[in-house]
Design a protein around this ligand. Structure first.
Ligand code: NAD
Ligand code: FE2
Length: 390
């Protein structure tokens, strides 16, 4: 057998990606490529305390790049975080953004860079129809993204998920120019992610690929990327959860995460439709919520996706090449990496279900679900997921 290729590369789609252990050393070079002289580095408060950030600030300043830090970003970022960031960005006359962290920090950072020179409010750019054309593209600052989780793939995506606290809703803000110009994907930055978050974020990557693969519509590029992304998760997620220092498993998970967001240009589905309202109302972790909801939605979608799932089972090299074999594998993986079985364990109660079902039915991802799901169907899936009935 030929030796495996080293896990390093410079990739040019969906954007410029510098991939591999130690590649964070290319950050100053990336700033020079984009002409950043005074970038704003956006992270969250927990990350801002880690040495990876202070090391980066020192390294950039040594190269004459006058970087500043903004870290007022909460997990599941809210509009107030974006507004505060815009104020800092404008006051400091920053000329670019370094988006450093998990999906929360990267989403907030991308929204700050996007809003740098816009005159309309953030919610005018929600991902509805052609609302993105309202933006002035010349006023959008470039972004360098540095992911520290492997799940959302926000670093290779064209959207940010920001919570509207007045409406208790997660809104998707979209513009094609929100795709970061350069991504530095260094798996060494993910080794400190604790097992529970490794599991939840890793399942988010799998579910992005899975929902994109199952979404209706013709998009063979997306489907090809999705199936290989799922194979990488199948072979590496449990390894990364068990041993966070397994740099090979971490590397494959980071690639799979980016493949997920690349693939979901095709669409997502009801796993995300259930998880978005739960995250907005109960502030649960996004990937973990998806991972809990997944089997109930997959079962609901069975009539529309059975053939595709059997085809997928062959590519994943599962033991039993049937729909039930896939379900069993998924449940076993969830158990192995410590994902709870019910939404009740995340705090969802019967009294939440009316509101959550209504929110799920109008979530923008609901349209991509392979079986049409309105309020009653969403409620049925929620009831199953709260009670654990499959
Ligand atoms: N833009 C998109 O396309 C997209 C897709 C899916 C999800 N999202 C959004 O992304 C957010 C979730 O992002 P996430 O799952 O990456 O989690 P996160 O960014 O919320 O981070 C979770 C926690 O992990 C910590 N953390 C991150 N990296 C770490 C590391 N290397 N070591 C130690 N701790 C670390 C953070 O400080 C934080 O406390 C949600 O708001 C979700 O809605 C966006
Ligand atoms: Fe997601």
């Amino acid at each position: 057998m030929a030796p495996a290729a080293p896990l390093v590369g410079n990739w040019n789609y969906p954007t410029a990606i510098r991939f591999g252990a130690g590649r964070i050393r290319a950050l100053a070079d990336a700033c020079r490529t984009l002409g950043f002289k005074r970038p704003l580095l956006v992270a969250d408060p927990a990350l801002a305390k880690l040495s990876m950030i202070s090391d980066a600030l020192i390294a950039l300043r040594k190269e004459g790049i006058e970087v500043a830090l903004f870290s007022d970003v909460k997990p599941n970022p809210v509009a107030a975080n974006v507004e505060a960031g815009i104020r800092v960005l404008r006051a400091g006359k920053h000329d670019g953004v370094i988006a450093w962290g998990g999906g929360s920090a990267i989403d907030a950072a991308k929204a700050i860079a996007f809003m740098a020179g816009q005159t309309r409010p953030l919610w005018d750019f929600e991902d509805i129809g052609d609302w993105w054309t309202r933006a002035n593209p010349a006023a959008i600052l470039s972004t360098i993204a540095v992911p520290t989780t492997a799940g959302t793939g926000s670093e290779t995506g064209r959207a940010s998920v920001i919570t509207n606290t007045e409406q208790h809703t997660k809104k998707v803000i979209f513009h094609p120019k929100m795709m970061p110009s350069i991504v530095i994907a260094d798996p060494e930055l993910t080794v400190g992610l604790p097992p529970t978050l490794t599991a939840g974020t890793g399942m988010d990557a799998f579910i992005h690929c899975f929902e994109a693969y199952c979404a209706p519509g013709y998009h063979p590029y997306a489907e090809g990327i999705a199936v290989e992304g799922m194979r990488l998760v199948k072979n590496n997620l449990a390894r990364a959860v068990k041993d966070g220092r397994d740099i090979e498993a971490r590397g494959h998970m980071l690639a799979a995460s980016q493949m997920g967001s690349t693939a979901f240009q095709k669409g997502l589905g009801a796993i995300h439709s259930l998880s978005h309202p739960v995250g907005a109302v109960l502030d649960t972790h996004h990937g973990l919520t998806n991972a809990v909801a997944m089997p109930y939605v997959v079962k609901f979608n069975r009539p529309a996706i059975e053939d595709k799932v059997v085809r997928l089972a062959r590519w994943l090299d599962l033991r039993t090449l049937t729909f039930d074999g896939f379900m069993q594998w998924m449940l076993d993986l969830r158990r192995e990496i410590g994902i709870p079985h019910t939404l009740a364990e995340l705090g969802v109660k019967a009294e939440h279900l009316d509101r959550l079902s209504e929110m799920a039915a109008v979530d923008p991802t609901a349209g991509g679900n392979p079986v049409k799901a309105g309020v009653p169907e969403m409620r049925r899936m929620f009831e199953a997921a709260v009670s654990g009935r499959l």
